[in-house]
Design a protein around this ligand. Sequence first.
Ligand SMILES: O=c1[nH]c(=O)c2[nH]c(=O)[nH]c2[nH]1
Length: 309
Amino acid sequence: MADLIEGMKFEQKHGKSRVRVGRVWRKEKDGKHIFVEWNVNISLFSNCLSAYVNGDNSDIVATDTMKNTVYAKAKECSEVVSVENFAIELGRHFTSFYHQVTTAIIKIVEKPWERVCIDGQPHEHGFKLGSERHTAEVTVKKSGSVLMTSGIEGLALLKTTMSGFEGYIRDKYTLLPETRERMLATEISTSWRYSFESLSTVPIKPLYFSERFLDVKKVLVDTFFGPPREGVYSPSVQSTLFYMAKAVLNRFPDVASIQLRMPNIHFLPVNLPSKDSPNIVKFEDDVYLPTDEPHGTIEASLSRPQSRM
Ligand SMILES: O=c1[nH]c(=O)c2[nH]c(=O)[nH]c2[nH]1
């Protein structure tokens, strides 16, 4: 995608960021409304070199046009659509409608609006904001080849036991006591790449990717916690991360790779010494000081042998 200009390499792309759109689908049958809110980022690789070097804009897709296209395509979706399929639709449009555009990268973050329940009953048109966000990134080429990833941002998980950290390198700077009993808290960011490589092989079932998103999230959460009564022991964030990644690849054949970022958010034991014993507060796995920073950063990716990350 690089051009040679006066013996120098030149690469460019342009797009529109943070295009926010809300979409309601009103179901005639059961009166239920479905609502999504998306934040869309568009990036186009296109042959518009003349704009840069000659001031000639005749090959430019205006970023304002890109923004308007988001609203037009949202309007065109007469049925509920997954965030992944909406990204594909935009990518397909930009690469097929404009001869100048060779590749479109569409990133979308969905805001976690959830249907409320009133007196145990799902509300027809009432929503509240949840926590973790669903993300999608789709790259579409003019040839019809695709790269698809989905992800989760801000999935905060915590368990009050069944976690420890022992046996690590000790040197003169090491003060951390070894333990088999600690709190484990994290805020997971993850993205997984699907193995579909062309538009023609992407599943056509509506909401396929919305269901996959929920299934992957469930496998990640279940693996983090283990069974409800006994849980599962975590010897480190690293080990838990690896088992979570492995569980996803084992369970979903169409996931080619997964990346996980799991900060280790520390809850520090509280001990308040007293001049006269006993201490005002003696830590007995009960009172903690929650912290945001500093925190550990643990990240890794796991891929099937033949896959690109
Ligand atoms: O699970 C952990 N992994 C680490 O790498 C680490 N380092 C640390 O100080 N505490 C922890 N905990």
